[in-house]
Design a protein around this ligand. Structure first.
Ligand code: SF4
Ligand code: SF4
Length: 497
């Protein structure tokens, strides 16, 4: 049954990749006018004339030609001193989608159903037979398996994830056909055609749900793991995926109400503040709610429960890491050097996020685009979005699961994790207690700690674990054969550190 499952997953993947080549593209002046604003259509028309009414079979060259046309128009506008009229819309994607015709565009629903039913069925056929095995980890050479160590399969998986993120963030027009097959679902949920972010949200949710089932099967002996996994599946499906789409359909500002600044780094950006103000009472509520979450929710809930309340129960990044990323948790680096780098990097990102946010609020309030007339807040915003928002959290954060473990982003880059960690370390009731006398030094806890904490070191000394990076996933406790480790909340003063 497992082999059939793998066969179905591979079939779905091959089909999914084949979809990229399943359309032809013909741009017409009418499509340009329907897709772009009148002003942009007028600017683009002379540059796109060579493409008009010709059939193209190659999505890469076709969409690149549109991208080049936009770049040329923007260069000319810059040269004429009309930078304020530059085109920022991603017409290379919307025009490619609109110009598409053929197997994919004419069979969206069918192809969507086929690929994802094969994928989900195959995954379940691979996961569910494990119900016949004992729950928990198997000490059967996890570091020797090609898929869960940095060997050929792990490297291939990492490369595929990295390529996917690069296409998603920087070349979404190349994957226009994948986005096209999601149009019917997107239209049903939010009333619009699918964007690359709808595709991302859908794939993310499928990954959390399917791999969440795997977690439920694997750790079914642990009540903590069952409830925690159920929690991340719920928050991803309802809060991160469904509510924002429904809000869009109701013509309200879309928001993931569990996401918060500084992880949601654009929370204070001008266009988002304006959007909320324009939306009236609900928009104001969303704005105030976002501020209450990070200003009151984080200190209070982290004081009582540690950062686990967010990182391991609610957060979308944590949700993906704990489900899709679980097979790779043992790859986290446990060295002291990694711990040192981690502390420097994560706090540097937090400082960057704070400075960038102060800058954009200053610009919003004062109308000046530069702090002290020197630091351009737009540039700060751009570099944060590019380096941290796209490359670090996406390409590295998830693409490196099979290479560096499942919490690379949470451990080295997430500014919210840094903030939660400071509260957890210095003002919290949370700790992992260790019954040192029972420890047999097997090392399971350290091996499976995704945050690279050498848990055994603490257990051998009977010392409580109070580390700012501990996300309270509880897996160290779930894999300990001697019941040495307990995640507890208790009086602050009794933390044995
Ligand atoms: S110490 Fe335990 S609970 Fe904390 S992150 Fe590591 S495995 Fe998870
Ligand atoms: S605490 Fe448990 S899992 Fe960790 S080394 Fe000791 S016996 Fe092994």
């Amino acid at each position: 049954m497992k082999n059939t499952g793998i066969f179905l997953i591979l079939t779905a993947l091959v089909l999914w990749i084949a979809l990229l080549f399943g359309n032809t593209y013909k741009l017409t002046p009418e499509i340009l006018l329907e897709t772009a604003s009148q002003e942009h259509a007028d600017l683009l028309r002379p540059k796109l004339e060579d493409l008009f009414d010709q059939e193209h079979s190659n999505v890469f060259s076709f969409s690149s030609s549109i991208k080049n046309a936009i770049t040329e128009v923007n260069k000319e506008l810059d040269a004429e001193g009309k930078s304020d009229q530059k085109i920022y819309d991603t017409y290379e994607l919307s025009l490619t989608k609109a110009a598409g015709d053929g197997l994919v565009s004419n069979n969206k629903g069918l192809l969507f159903g086929l690929v994802f039913s094969l994928l989900v069925l195959g995954a379940l056929m691979f996961i569910l037979p494990d119900l016949n095995l004992l729950p928990g980890i198997k000490n059967d050479g996890i570091f020797h398996h090609p898929g869960t160590s940095v060997k050929w399969l792990g490297i291939i998986l990492g490369a595929l994830l990295i390529i996917f993120y690069i296409l998603l963030y920087f070349f979404p027009h190349f994957i226009a056909n994948w986005i096209i097959v999601l149009d019917p679902l997107s239209n049903f949920m939010n009333g619009n055609k699918a964007s690359q972010w709808f595709l991302y949200g859908f794939l993310y949710t499928i990954a959390v749900l399917v791999m969440g089932i795997r977690m439920l099967v694997k750790y079914r002996h642990s009540k903590y793991q069952m409830i925690r996994t159920g929690s991340v599946m719920f928050f991803q499906l309802i809060f991160a995926f469904m509510i924002p789409e429904i809000l869009t359909k109701l013509n309200m500002p879309s928001a993931d109400l569990k996401n918060m600044w500084p992880l949601d780094y654009s929370f204070f950006f001008d266009y988002r503040i304006d959007q909320k103000i324009e939306a009236g009472t609900l928009g104001i509520f969303m704005f105030v709610w976002g501020i209450i979450l990070f200003a009151v929710g984080v200190p209070v809930l982290t004081y009582f429960y540690g950062k686990r309340w967010y990182c391991s129960w609610v957060c979308g990044c944590g949700g993906l890491a704990e489900t899709l990323g679980d097979p790779f948790r043992q790859l986290s680096n446990k060295s002291l050097k990694a711990w040192k780098i981690e502390r420097w990097m994560i706090h540097a990102v937090l400082v960057f996020a704070v400075i960038m946010t102060i800058g954009v609020i200053y610009t919003y309030m004062s109308g000046n685009s530069a702090i002290f007339g020197v630091i351009d807040t737009g540039t700060l915003r751009y570099y944060y979005g590019f380096a941290i928002g796209s490359i670090f959290s996406g390409v590295v954060g998830t693409g490196f699961y099979p290479l560096m473990g499942n919490r690379v982003w949470c451990r080295f880059g997430c500014p919210l994790a840094a903030y939660l960690g400071i509260v957890q370390r210095f003002k919290s009731r949370f700790r992992i207690t260790t019954n040192g006398g029972q420890c047999i030094s097997c090392g399971n806890c350290s091996t499976y700690c995704e945050q690279g904490i050498d848990v055994r070191w603490y257990a051998q000394r009977g010392q409580d674990i109070v580390r700012s990076s501990c996300v309270g996933c509880g897996v160290c406790s779930a894999v300990c054969p001697r019941g040495v480790l307990n995640l507890e909340n208790g009086p602050e003063a009794s933390r044995n550190i």
